[in-house]
Structures are given as structure tokens and as C-alpha cells.
Design a protein around this ligand. Sequence first.
Ligand code: BGC
Length: 495
Amino acid sequence: MRILSVTFLVFSEILISSQDEVINNRRFPESFKFGVATSAFQIEGAWNEDGKGESMWDRFLHNNSSKTLDRRNADVACDSYHKWREDVQLLKELGVKIYRFSISWPRILPDGTTNKINQAGVDYYLNLLKELKANNIEPLVTLYHWDLPQHLSELGGWLNPQIVDYFGEFARLSFRLFGDYVRQWTTVNEPKTACLLGYANDYGAPGLWLVADGVYQCAKIQLLAHAKAWHIYDDEFRASQGGKIGFVLDTPWNEPASDSDLDREAAEREMQFGFGWFANPVFIGDWPQVMKDRIANRSKLEGLGFSRLPEFTQKEIDYINGTHDYIGLNIYTGKLVEYLPDYEIGTPNYNFDNGNNVYCDPSWPASSSDWLFYYPSSIRKLVNYVNEKYSPEEIFIAENGWADHGEIDDQSRIRYHKGYLSNLLDAILEDGVNVVGYTAWSFMDNFGWGAGYTHRFGFISVDHDSPNRTRTWKSSGRYYQKVIRTRCLVDTCVD
Ligand code: BGC
């Protein structure tokens, strides 16, 4: 009898949704927080209304429409600046426990400094926070999701160490103004991608080709800014507000292309160059050794008397180390990593410093975006890796999502979230990793950096051609609504 029931249990825990996919049919823990994510620049619009200042992304796109695939910008985006009440009702209908959004720095501080506070901008976020509270939705607030005030960009942006202090002032003001409503803060979203997009090439604002050195300087300054905000919260607000603060890092899961030692080493180096670059200073102290060694060595061979990777002083190492209450992860895809012999010394470049061949397996289902493939076990592998290497207090999946061309019956998005969430549930229940929440990217179709409106990520469709920016539910929205309600991924689960 016992053997029979055990067999039944094991069988019932495995439901085959397609030939090769096994979907976990157990339930997420009661405490697990399901939600959705957005960012200010990508949804708000109203780029110059009610006293908002210009951001470096406004300037970047206004100066050159070829920076997006459809030559469109985010002046109106989803018009959430005006439609926030309707949006909160949609969030409520979706049933989310948590909503991740960002504050537009230039909306509350038009030139980035506290010389002038824009009350209309402050009111916008206060109203949004109050409306979320009235609907029992927790906010997860990102301070910096890439829309640096243009004035600060002209001061040197993330290459100027003084930005750390300006960011500190902005953070302090945000904690003071909004902190009574917020229990979870993110300092910076994806510092790696922000630095690579805007300071290693001109795909993103401010569009500087500083791939040999500026990109490393940007990383150092974003880390110091993150730490500054963390310390301000810790010293001045934690006791009274009792929230958590950390940062959000993005990485694919980098897997060795073969079992060879060289490929394994290359995959780990890829993780260190893309993830440890930011995680090590905050969780361990200082840059990853492999980055220090390789960049110092190449700099020397290039004839420099110092490393292009700026050193931290011991004081800075101590200041940054330990500035976490959780780690946020943005994971979309997997990558295969193949060892390459070192690039010849020539033009210095971040990519040559690292120097691997990184690609996606052509057998993985492709999204509409060339960088995003369906590889669902990537999320389980990544959270285990982060857990083992960095032992964060908790892991929060801050973004995970799928791009298509905007289908309303978006079955590929359902498959994606089902597959990734199933693996995440395995990580929680089978591997014991402390993952406490998940905000899918994205709540609704929105502006894509470089993509404009050509690739869609939302559970809710937005008609970017209608003046009203009409919202329409997609099949994936209805699916996710049920997942949230049942805390379960398969059809056989009932409330
Ligand atoms: C960013 C989002 C972006 C998403 C999809 C993430 O890297 O944080 O802002 O829209 O990827 O491209």
C-alpha cells in the first residue's frame, strides 16, 4: 500500500506537457510573491510634462531616431503617467502580490540635483503608491533603471565619481518621500548592461565607445553609487522603515559548450566577467581575481603602466562589501561558452579581455529577439550557482520574460513562463534555494531599448498606434492570472 502511494505521488508530481518538458505540478509556497515588472522610461511617457526634466535617454533618442529598430521613441510609451489608475486596476485583476517599477530620477529632480524638487513628479509616485496600497499590492521600487538626468550625463554621467553623491541625494530623498510605502528597494537595475549599452558602444545612451576603459570606470562608479544608497538606507532609514535594499544583476546562464576543461574554465570566466564583475565586490569584496589578472596582464602587454580595470582602495572595498539584503536576478536565456585562445594584443576591448566564443544552441526555440532563446533549466542552474557562490540572504527574480511580435494568443509566452517557473519551483522545492519572489517582464508591452516597439514582452498588449494606448489581455495574462491564484503551473490545479 505504502509503495503504491509513493509511486502514485511521484507520478502525480510529474506532468509531461510536451515531448521533452516536465512541468512541476506542486504549488509554490504561500509566502512566494508573484508579480510583474516595468520601468519608468519604458512605460510612463509624458517625457516633458508637469516639470519633468530631460533624461539622457530622451536626448539620445531625440537626437537620432535610428537608435531604435522602428525609429520610435518613448515620448508617450504606454502613457502610464496618465493611465496609472487603469494600470493598477489591471494589476489587481491579474492578482499580483508585488509590482516592480522604477522612479524616473528627472521626473522628481529635473536636473538630477536637489536644487529643485518637482512636486508634480513626487505626487505622481505618491498617488501610485497609495493606489497600490489600497489594492493590496506591494511595491518593489527601483531607483535607477537607466534614465539618468541629462544634466548629470553632461557632467560626465557614470564616468564622474561625483555622480555617486548626486545618486546618494536622490536616494535619500526617495527614501524620505516614499519610504513609508516601500518595503523593498532596488538601487540600480542591471549595471552591467547599463555600462555596456551606453559606455562601450552607442546602442544605448549616452552612446560612448569607451570599450577599453570607460566601461570599467562606469562599473566602479555604479557600484559605489549602489553602496552609497545602501548605506544611507541602512544608517538613516532602516530602523524606522524596516525595508530591504539590494541591487538587480542580469546574466544569462553560461554553460560550457563541451565537457572539456577549457570550455568549463571559459564558462566560469564568462560568469565572472559578466556577473562576478558586480556580485563579487558586493558579496565578497573586490573585483573577481580572473578579471584583475587578465586585464592587468593585457594592459601591461599593451604598454600601460597600470591596469585598465580601475583598482578599488581598501576603503572602497570595505564600503561596498556587504551592501545587500537580497539579490535581484534578471535571467532570460542560456548561452553556451567555448574557449578561444587569447586575442592578440591590439586594440584594447572588454570583449577581448574576456575572450570567449558565446552563442545559443540552434536547437533552442528562438524568440523574436536575437539574444533570447527558450532554455528553461537556465533559471534553476543560475539560482543554484548564485546561492552556492554568494550565499545571498534571499534571491528575487526581478525579470524573466519572452519576446514575440505581439500576438494576442501568445502560446509561446505561456510555454516560456511555464517552463521557467517549473524549473524555479524545482530549485525551491528540490534544491532548497531560497527564492522568495518573481516579477515577470513584463506587465505590458512597452518601449524596448534599441527595439522600440518591435518586440513585445507583455502579458497585456498595448496598442502603440492608438492615441489611447489601448490595453488588451493576452492569453499569457490569463494564464499567469491563474498561476498566481493557484500558485501552480498546470491545468489540473484547482483553486
Ligand atoms: C531590462 C529591461 C528590458 C528587458 C528586455 C532587461 O535587460 O532591464 O529594461 O526591457 O531586458 O529587453
